[in-house]
Design a protein around this ligand. Structure first.
Ligand code: ZN
Length: 245
């Protein structure tokens, strides 16, 4: 039995095969899925419509439930503006890769598409795409139910001793004082960095975008250390943690 579906989707990942076919990872309202576009088989033959971050409507069919979907039509609704700017591109990549990684085991629900689209739009248009990316990255982690534990507010405190938190204890997933951290894999944030992270986790997004951490290198390294423990390696972060002082 052949089953045709039509969905709106955002292109999260795109992998060209040696055959000329392209495998894309798409994010729709019902979740993340993969599909293949066969070279020369799409009407109009235009695989460029399936570029990264494009907002598309696709028709697909599956012969059986467990088959990779085959795209039979692709309509481009729009490309989010500004994402190919060199100052935006690495951050757009990060948000797409993170959304992909977070939606493997966890059912993040319908809001994921809306949040990722809004994050990408912000990264393309905001004068400070780095601040947008940091805020959205932590927001996505929170949406997936994987947020670190924050004890107290203004300033956040170590849950063991009540001292102001200065590190993100990566394995325990908690903001703590340096003495009660887990050890070498922890990320040092300082009091102001811990406070900025607590704020990003509490939301709203608008506030955390407007008040980014002053030490961004630390903030990226903390995100990287945390994701490594709780989600997996996010390759787009490697470049960002190396580039930031
Ligand atoms: Zn402590």
């Amino acid at each position: 039995m052949q089953r045709y579906t039509i969905s709106d989707a955002l292109v999260l990942r795109r992998a060209p095969l040696p055959s000329g076919d392209v495998v894309v990872t798409l994010l729709s309202e019902h979740g993340k899925w993969r599909a293949v576009a066969r070279k020369g088989r799409l009407p109009g033959g235009n695989l460029a419509r399936l570029s990264l971050f494009h907002d598309v409507t696709v028709q697909a069919y599956r012969r059986r439930e467990d088959d990779l979907a085959v795209l039979t039509q692709v309509r481009l609704n729009g490309a989010l503006p500004g994402l190919t700017r060199p100052e935006s591109y690495p951050y757009a990549h990060l948000v797409a890769e993170l959304a992909d990684a977070l939606s493997v085991d966890v059912h993040v629900g319908e809001r994921l598409l809306a949040v990722v689209s809004s994050g990408l739009r912000g990264i393309g248009q905001h004068p400070d795409p780095e601040a947008v990316a940091l805020a959205y990255a932590w927001y996505l982690v929170t949406l997936a139910g994987l947020a670190p534990l924050v004890h107290g507010a203004n300033p956040p405190r170590c849950d063991r001793c009540g001292a102001p938190a200065t590190v993100l204890a990566a394995a325990s997933g908690a903001l703590r004082c340096i003495e009660h951290g887990d050890g070498p894999r922890d990320a040092f944030l300082g009091e102001d960095g811990a406070q900025a992270l607590a704020m990003a986790l509490a939301g709203p997004l608008r506030t955390s975008v407007a008040q980014p951490p002053s030490e961004r290198g630390r903030a990226w390294r903390a995100l990287h250390a945390y994701l490594r423990e709780h989600v997996g390696e996010v390759r787009a972060l490697q470049g960002l943690t190396q580039a930031s002082p």
